[in-house]
Design a protein around this ligand. Structure first.
Ligand code: DUC
Ligand code: ZN
Ligand code: ZN
Length: 458
């Protein structure tokens, strides 16, 4: 199958070019002006941008959490991702406590195989660092699971102490993997949260105030310094606070290989969203939403390059039937927000249309940097030989985000009623059109497991 995309404006991270694109099979075969070649199908991209399919390196399909499961399956979640212009996800497989990494990986492979409609890779959540687990990390790196997440939060669940984190970092320094850190001081947070509940402060708002940004800054500094001594790079996930960003800036100014992502919720939502009684449960995630001034700093971090990636931490729970497990005690609200479908448009609207970042920087943070940093050189760019993951994007079309029209399997939207400018109109995954003008044309099982290379630390 040969597809010719004509008359579009290709927006890559490094350049914007008016050119046609010939796709042959699953890859981009040719890029040039006024291509005069035969094709089975021609797509007219006049007045449209042609961007690389976006990559979300932080999702949690079917994550067991807080006595329930994140609602989207690999089928519903990747379908929603595709509607939003995302053609690759990297999800987090979870090591069962006391079990092996292999058990966790097998379980996640099972969840994804035959279901995912777009390509997918896995990071591994390491919740129990043991000698045998450290050796397993080496094997997994060879099998394309080249990044590992550890937590300074969630004592008794995912939490690792500093010694365990340090050992995992030492291991990654030798095997070439990348340690990703959830950096909040969970031990101190749990004390504050218990005090709040004892004082009758049980509403979701206190989820936000109990998790001080200072304790995100402290944990961020701590894990960066552990990585420094272990001589390993470190990637901080879902950065939400100025305190943490300042620690990252300091480390990067010292030349340390410290990296971070933020997520749309920290750029567009604030602590105020956690108010309004139990409605605030819709916005319970960790780290929590912060006062508005933190968002402005995060935008600056994206502008300067101190923040490299925007991912979603997509982890949806229904308001009715899941979030309401936390009625009367905010600690029992399952943590996580839906977002895999809206990231590309939110970042276009709040970033490019608002004049904060260029179209090229937008492509960089949603596609090109994730591909480079997580070992997927065939993704994140429109270039000859790359996978033909391509989005025909209309930068002028507006839409209103709503749970009534979104494709994520969750009963609310964090952005209900928000109008955004920019929309993915046609989405190709390895040369196949999987979304065309609001119609889904893909199939479960079309997505392939991505054996990722070692992260590029440059
Ligand atoms: N944070 C969330 O909000 N949900 C899942 C896990 C996490 O770290
Ligand atoms: Zn996390
Ligand atoms: Zn997460």
């Amino acid at each position: 199958m040969r597809t010719l995309i004509k008359n579009g404006t290709i927006v890559n991270a490094d350049a914007t070019t008016r050119a046609d694109i010939l796709i042959d099979g699953e890859q981009v075969a040719l890029i040039g002006s006024d291509l005069d070649v035969s094709a089975d199908r021609t797509i007219d991209a006049s007045d449209r941008w042609v961007i690389p399919g976006a990559i979300d390196v932080h999702t949690h399909m079917e994550l067991p959490f807080g006595g329930t499961f994140a609602k989207d399956t690999f089928e519903t979640g990747t379908r929603a991702a595709a509607f939003g212009g995302t053609t690759t996800i990297v999800d987090f497989a979870v090591q069962p406590r006391g079990g092996s990494l292999r058990q966790g990986l097998d379980a996640w492979m099972e969840k994804a195989q035959g279901k995912a409609v777009i390509d997918y890779g896995f990071h591994m959540i390491v919740s129990d660092v043991r000698d045998d687990v450290l050796s397993e990390m080496d094997q997994l790196v060879d099998e394309g699971i080249t990044s590992f997440k550890l937590f300074t939060a969630y004592p008794g669940v995912f939490f690792s102490d500093d010694g365990a984190i340090f050992r995992a970092m030492q291991q990654s320094a030798t095997n070439g993997g990348l340690i990703m850190m959830h950096a909040e001081n969970g031990l101190a947070i749990d004390v504050v949260a218990a005090e709040d509940v004892a004082a009758g402060h049980t509403d979701p708002y206190y989820h936000g105030t109990s998790r001080s940004p200072v304790l995100e800054g402290e944990a961020t500094n701590r894990v960066i310094r552990l990585a420094e001594v272990a001589e390993a790079p470190v990637y901080i996930v879902h950065m939400s606070a100025t305190d943490a960003l300042n620690e990252l800036r300091q480390a990067r100014n010292e030349g340390l290989p410290a990296y971070a992502e933020t997520c749309p919720q920290y750029l567009f939502l604030t602590l105020d969203d956690l108010g309004n009684g139990f409605e605030g449960a819709k916005f319970v995630c960790s780290p929590p939403l912060r006062p508005a001034e933190h968002a402005e700093e995060l935008w600056k971090g994206l502008q300067t390059g101190d923040l490299q990636v925007v991912s979603t931490d997509h982890c949806p729970f229904d308001f009715h039937g899941q979030k309401d497990l936390g009625q009367g005690d905010f600690r029992k609200v399952p943590n996580g927000l839906p977002g895999v479908e809206d990231r590309v448009d939110l970042l276009h609207d709040g970033g490019v249309v608002a004049g904060r970042i260029s179209p090229n920087r937008w492509v960089e943070v949603i596609a090109t940097a994730p591909a480079r940093m997580f070992g997927m050189p065939q993704k994140g760019t429109i270039s000859v030989g790359a996978d033909a993951d391509v989005v025909i994007y209309n930068p002028n079309r507006t839409r209103t985000i709503s749970a009534a029209t979104h494709h994520m399997d969750v009963d609310y939207s964090c952005y209900e009623g928000r109008e955004v400018q920019g929309k993915s109109e046609t989405v190709l995954s390895r040369g196949r059109v999987i979304v065309d003008n609001d119609e889904f044309l893909g199939s479960p099982g079309d997505g392939r497991f991505l054996k990722r290379q070692r992260p590029n630390r440059g």
